[in-house]
Design a binder for this molecule. Structure first.
Ligand SMILES: [Fe+2]
Ligand SMILES: [Fe+2]
Length: 240
């Protein structure tokens, strides 16, 4: 398949493709040729693209075959995308919406406070994963592959299994739903519908992307690390 056809098939894949370092202007090359040229793992790329494109098809087992390092690298690029592109773009549009419609102070405050709460929530969620969860996941994989476990890591595994993280992995998409409803149901009819529509489209796109991202965390990365933790702890128990 040509890369151009992937985008024609589903333009929502654009940010996903960008995360692999592929930008527009790639000509008429096939997916395979482009991946080879850019040093991208073709099988991983196809699985991620398929998972995103077709929600009913989630290649959980296939994706678990790739290294935690590769999976985490993709997830980190998505985080960057949310914090540096999607969220600031929506923030700018909300400011424009308020200015264009000269909304009352009260409306403006509700919208901005909801958005700020959302921004804080997603930022905190991402910071925690970047500073604690992902480094731990990669550390467990390194230990598993090299059979090299230090006491600090074993303690961490016993006290903070990835299973705990799965249980407390919160849903950052819920607030997006409330934010959409404020714009759809509660704000006065806008003079400029274009801005409201653009905000909604961006919120729907971000929600879809986040759902897909969380699915990779919860169904691929976390179970893979839990399996490795169990295997390491079993091995240590047997060889005491
Ligand atoms: Fe994440
Ligand atoms: Fe997450």
């Amino acid at each position: 398949m040509k890369m151009v056809d992937v985008i024609h098939l589903n333009y929502l894949l654009l940010p996903v493709i960008n995360r692999f370092g592929i930008t527009l202007g790639f000509g008429d090359v096939s997916v395979e040729e482009l991946c080879l040229k850019k040093n991208i793992n073709l099988a991983f790329f196809l699985n991620i693209i398929n998972a995103y494109h077709d929600e009913s098809f989630f290649p959980k087992t296939d994706l678990q075959k790739f290294s935690v390092k590769l999976i985490v690298d993709y997830l980190q690029k998505a985080h960057k995308n949310y914090l540096h592109d999607s969220v600031p773009q929506i923030e700018k549009l909300i400011q424009n919406l308020v200015v264009e419609n000269s909304y009352k102070k009260q409306n403006l405050e509700i919208l901005q406070s909801f958005f700020n709460e959302y921004k804080n929530e997603i930022t905190e969620h991402i910071n925690r994963e970047e500073s604690k969860v992902y480094p731990y996941a990669v550390q467990v994989e390194n230990a598993y592959e090299t059979n090299n476990y230090n006491n600090a890591l074993i303690k961490k595994m016993e006290n903070y299994s990835m299973q705990y993280y799965l249980n407390e992995h919160d849903n950052i998409e819920e607030k997006l739903f409330d934010l959409k409803n404020i714009i759809i149901k509660y704000l006065p009819p806008p003079k400029n519908t274009k801005i409201s529509n653009s905000i909604l489209i961006q919120l729907f796109n971000l929600e879809k992307d986040l759902n897909d991202h969380s699915r990779i965390e919860e169904k691929v990365m976390i179970p893979k690390v839990v399996k490795m933790e169990k295997s390491i702890l079993n091995y240590l128990a047997k060889n005491k």
